[in-house]
Design a protein around this ligand. Structure first.
Ligand code: PSU
Ligand code: MN
Length: 317
């Protein structure tokens, strides 16, 4: 048995990869644990459509029927969306146990990166990454997403991190792990619903082509993953102070109810949707679509770079 035996790659994705055509990986914890039904299903379908419109093939990744599914079908998306929180949440440490049990699971950023790399996909779009939680100095709650970015050669396009996390500590941890944080047309690290967190990114990039060059070189040098931070569209950004008040309320709720560990992020996301009367959900969907478009452009640019490189020796001969 090899790793490939545990992957179930759709024929569309397999063909695209074999022909070096652009593919964008998409995660599924955002479907099962990040949003309520039926908005989660609508989001998953629209994000795939955005990737296609931008010239790439979408590959939603999840754990289903004892396999890592790469390129979920329409009915797979529906199963995931309807299962919601009844599905498992698969971080790296859960993968082997869930493949054995056969349970349905949404894959987190960490697990989606891992599966994408195994399948040969280099670009991945999500909403926000996990990071260092507020109070991590006592709880030690630091998402496995950060360690995965260190070790796995996939570029993750996100809208920064939610300020349910400690953003300065998250950025410090990424620095320690050697993960480059590229600001897509911005010098500020975005804070998910807000375009700015008050923290700077490491490097500002101006185009998908420039991002692709950095990503290609990072991978060529064997340096691990890349984080591309793409701010929420201006038209959908929420007022930073208002959302901060809601986040603090949600965190107090989690403390009062004793919610921790892997349940914390889903709990906070759900509470914030309730506390904003659904406004945070609309913004969340808009930023994921925006990230999918940028990820597709980067995937297209990466495959063009690859084609150029392959063509070079021939041109000289
Ligand atoms: N942050 C969000 N939305 C999400 C998640 C994080 O704004 O849906 C999900 C992602 O799948 C991420 C995971 O990888 O939560 C992180 O969970 P934890 O903090 O338990 O590692
Ligand atoms: Mn955690």
């Amino acid at each position: 048995m090899s790793i490939k035996d545990h992957l179930s790659i759709s024929s569309e994705v397999r063909k695209a990869l074999a022909a070096s055509r652009p593919v964008v990986a998409l995660e599924s914890t955002i479907i099962t644990h990040g949003m309520p039904y039926p908005q989660n299903l609508g989001m998953a379908q629209r994000v795939e459509a955005v990737v296609r419109r931008s010239g790439a093939v979408p590959a939603t990744i999840a754990i289903m029927d004892g396999k890592l599914r790469v390129g979920a079908k329409a009915d797979d998306l529906e199963r995931l969306a309807k299962a919601g929180g009844k599905a498992a949440k698969a971080s790296r440490r859960d993968v082997a146990a869930l493949l054995v049990s056969g349970d349905v699971a949404g894959t987190t950023v960490a697990t989606t990166m891992m599966a994408a790399a195994w399948a040969g996909i280099r670009v991945f779009a999500t909403g926000g990454i996990g990071g260092v939680h507020r109070g991590a100095e006592t709880t030690f709650d630091i998402s496995a997403d950060l360690e995965e970015l260190r070790r796995t050669q996939v570029a993750v396009v996100c809208a920064g991190a939610k300020s349910i996390l400690d953003i300065p500590k998250t950025l410090e941890t990424l620095e320690t792990k050697g993960v480059p944080v590229l600001g897509y047309k911005t010098a500020d690290f975005p804070a998910f619903w807000a375009r700015q967190s008050g923290q700077k990114v490491d490097h500002r990039i101006e185009s998908a082509k420039q991002a692709a060059k950095v990503i290609a070189l990072q991978f060529e040098l064997g340096l691990g993953g890349v984080l591309v931070a793409n701010p929420i569209p201006e038209s959908h950004a929420l007022d930073a102070r208002e959302i901060e008040a809601r986040i603090e309320e949600a965190i107090r709720g989690a403390e009062a109810e004793g919610v921790s560990r892997k349940d914390l992020t889903p709990f906070l996301l759900k509470r914030i949707v309730e506390l904003t009367g659904g406004k945070s959900l609309v913004a969340n969907i808009a930023l994921v679509e925006n990230n999918a478009a940028v990820a597709a452009e980067i995937a297209v640019a990466l495959s063009q770079l690859g084609a150029k490189r392959k063509a070079k020796p021939k041109a000289r001969a």
